[in-house]
Ligand binder design. Structure first.
Ligand SMILES: C[S@@+](CC[C@H](N)C(=O)[O-])C[C@H]1O[C@@H](n2cnc3c(N)ncnc32)[C@H](O)[C@@H]1O
Length: 296
């Protein structure tokens, strides 16, 4: 199985697919700091390309003759309410479907936030792919039940021209763990704290978590405890006694291997963004196994 990864970022999805046994032959993104991280860690060739240019991208992909196009188009513009938010970013989901249709690869894999299912853009992309002959299966996976110590929910759509997408769902569903994986169970002695801070989206939410539960979703920013912050009644301990996870710890909670080298240039924030953007490596491996089972 030869795959191309679009919107590859720093390579979370690629690394996991490779781990499962899929041969990622090329990857594309337009953000240089993430591409540099990709190059430092993954042997597959990664290229800088604006993927909104469907014609140019299709031409580039065809040279590799892949069996599968995989990718996570940027997702920040899908609101949780699933309202219409048709912006240039959302349109990249449509571009992704146009590229798949034009290349007519036997398989595709799309990753996104669960809310994408409610969006007009995804509905249009799905319709286009179904009309092109793809049999599509969809699933939302909680990463903490797929070998990742993080309660991150992500949507996957797997499409197959020859109709094997149901087998993908069966393989994935069979392997979902009954119990969520905790940070401590995954990192063991690598983590020497009991509780940590994760900046909440708003202060009505909790911000302190125990290592004996899955971590909340690792996001693209990592903030310190604000001075004077008193915390929330749901916090596992008072925020005054804890620190945020380090960049390295966040990378490990995203299941990047210990040897992974981050390119932050002179902005650590760039590394944090790459980490938060990524598909957890072990989740991608889990999904990759489902694809290989279905194809077998
Ligand atoms: C959610 S991240 C992908 C993360 C990646 N799948 C991983 O597992 O590490 C989305 C990526 O899309 C890239 N991107 C956004 N617009 C793009 C465009 N027009 N052309 C190419 N890449 C683009 C961003 O640079 C970002 O790295």
């Amino acid at each position: 199985m030869r795959a191309v990864d679009l919107f590859c970022g720093c390579g979370g999805l690629s690394a996991g697919l490779i781990e499962s046994g899929i041969n990622v032959v090329a990857a594309y993104d337009y953000w240089e700091p993430a591409l540099e991280t990709y190059r430092r860690n993954i042997a597959a060739h990664s290229h800088r390309l604006d993927l909104s240019d469907v014609e140019l991208t299709t031409e580039a992909i065809r040279r590799h003759g892949p069996d599968m196009i995989a990718g996570g188009p940027p997702c920040q513009d899908f609101s949780t309410a699933g309202k219409r938010v048709e912006s240039s970013r959302a349109n990249l989901t449509l571009a992704f479907s146009e590229i798949i249709e034009a290349c007519r690869v036997p398989f595709f894999l799309m990753e996104n936030v669960p809310q994408v299912r409610l969006s007009e853009t995804y509905r249009a992309a799905r319709e286009r792919l179904e009309s092109a002959g793809y049999d599509i299966s969809e699933i939302v996976l909680d990463a903490s039940r797929c070998n990742v110590p993080q309660a991150r929910k992500r949507f996957f759509a797997f499409g197959a021209l020859a109709g094997q997408s149901g087998a993908f769902l069966e393989s994935v569903a069979d392997r979902i763990a009954d119990e969520p994986l905790t940070v401590k169970a995954y990192l063991g002695d690598e983590i020497d704290i009991e509780h940590y801070y994760r900046h909440p989206r708003n202060y009505s939410r909790r911000s302190v978590f125990s290592v004996h539960e899955p971590s909340p979703t690792v996001r693209g920013v990592n903030r310190p405890v604000p001075p004077g912050y008193k915390g929330n009644h749901l916090d596992s301990v008072s925020p005054s006694t804890v620190r945020p996870l380090t960049t390295r710890e966040r990378s490990r909670v995203q299941t990047f291997p210990e040897r992974w080298e981050w390119n932050a240039g002179d902005r650590n924030a760039d590394a944090e963004t790459q980490i938060g953007n990524a598909v957890p490596v072990a989740l991608a491996e889990f999904v990759g196994q489902g694809i290989l089972d279905a194809v077998a």
